[in-house]
Design a protein around this ligand. Structure first.
Ligand code: DAH
Length: 383
């Protein structure tokens, strides 16, 4: 539509018969120029290119503006008609520019609409695979329950030395219990000292007591390592250790702590527990604690029933352990306990084989895993 021919407001022959500073072909030069610029306008592919054409045609030093400057040199009687002709060219080009601008802007908009189009009928992005591992979920649940009872969380290194893992815990030198733990030892260093992967979380009792001052009421969630592997053992597993040291803490407190913990953890009002005598070098007396359960096929119910299940080791902290940590056993006493987290996770969430827990299979994890947004806490719920 903007390509219509220039309608010159005068007759070409009339102009050509007059004497003029312009050569005879002046008027066709105007229309050639107009056609040339219009072709440039039509082929401009974007707004920047179109603007470059505008400047080169209508800008101060542009081609059409250049023509207007020549008007002054014309005889007065020709100026009016020639001026009108040049202005007509200018208007025509301006109209062509405007029209092309509209087209380019419309194209630009429709390209944007196309590229920014969102198909709301498409399904949302698939849910990420995996989830929070049941062991970690159970650790968090345990920490939440013990925190409610006033325990604080302590941590220690996975790579330990003989002193913290054995000696300070009252394991006698060369005592077979050191080997019973199926310890992973590192090669000895230049001084002949062997580091090891901690076999239990009990060394953190030692570290915490050496670093702090009594009273202590802490739990230690963590990884432990033993050279063992079958359906109920993996070379790496998890424990939670507990330590309560003050002037009066005794086994009765330990029983209350555990009855309370178990009823919260297994969400049941009836919890029946018993102590069974045992031996640990770091406690005296020592006991394992069992909890009543019933079994119906593969289903296990903790609480009542006619079977006992061993769930933790415990005892009164041995005076030698307190001494090794600079705590006076004549003034302070208390109890300690340790339990396997993975086994409790299996029990609570019905996982049949311990080894699957660490097979790193995402299908297993999306079946047994928990949402990362469902961190257990006493307010919103523990499981
Ligand atoms: N450390 C022991 C183990 O791994 C568990 C244990 C038993 C920890 C008695 C304790 C305790 O703190 O008092 O088998």
């Amino acid at each position: 539509m903007f390509l219509r021919k220039v309608a010159f407001p005068f007759r070409l022959e009339a102009l050509n018969t007059r004497r003029s500073v312009f050569p005879r072909e002046t008027m066709s030069t105007y229309s050639d120029l107009a056609a040339e610029i219009e072709a440039e306008i039509l082929t401009a592919q974007d707004l920047a290119a179109l603007d470059a054409v505008r400047v080169s045609a209508l800008g101060k030093t542009g081609r059409v503006s250049g023509l207007l400057k020549t008007l002054g040199a014309l005889p007065p009687e020709e100026r009016k008609a020639t001026g009108a002709a040049i202005n007509a060219v200018r208007d025509q080009i301006q109209a062509a520019l405007d029209a092309r601008k509209d087209v380019l802007e419309a194209e630009h908009l429709s390209r944007r609409l196309q590229s920014e189009r969102i198909d709301l009928s498409l399904p949302a992005a698939p849910r990420a695979k995996g989830g929070v591992h049941p062991t970690m979920q159970v650790m968090d649940e345990m920490v939440a329950i013990f925190a409610e009872m006033g325990f604080e969380v302590a941590e220690g290194p996975d790579i330990e030395d003989d002193f913290h893992n054995f000696t300070a815990l009252n394991f006698p030198e060369k005592h077979p219990a050191r080997e019973m733990h199926d310890t992973f030892f590192f090669n000895p260093d230049e001084n002949g000292v062997r580091k090891l992967l901690r076999t239990h979380t009990s060394p953190v009792q030692i570290r915490s007591m050496i670093a702090g001052k009594p009273p202590f009421r802490l739990i230690v969630p963590g990884r432990v390592f033993r050279c063992d592997s079958d359906q109920t053992h993996t070379p790496m597993f998890h424990q939670i250790e507990g330590l309560v040291i003050d002037k009066t803490a005794h086994m009765g407190h330990l029983k209350w702590v555990f009855d309370t913990f178990l009823s919260r953890f297994f969400e049941t009002d009836t919890v029946i527990t018993q102590f069974r005598p045992h031996h640990f070098p770091f406690t005296e007396p020592s006991a394992e604690m069992d909890v009543r359960y019933s079994r119906n096929g593969a289903e296990i119910r903790i609480g009542d029933g006619d079977r006992w299940m061993e769930i933790l080791g415990s005892g009164m902290v041995h005076p030698n352990v307190l001494k090794a940590c600079g705590v006076d056993p004549d003034e302070y006493q208390g109890f300690a306990f340790g339990m396997g987290v993975d086994r409790l996770a299996m029990l609570k969430y019905g996982v049949p084989d311990l080894r699957d827990m660490f097979a790193a299979d995402t299908r297993w994890l999306s079946h047994y895993g928990f949402s990362g947004f469902a961190a257990p806490n006493p307010a919103s719920g523990l499981s």
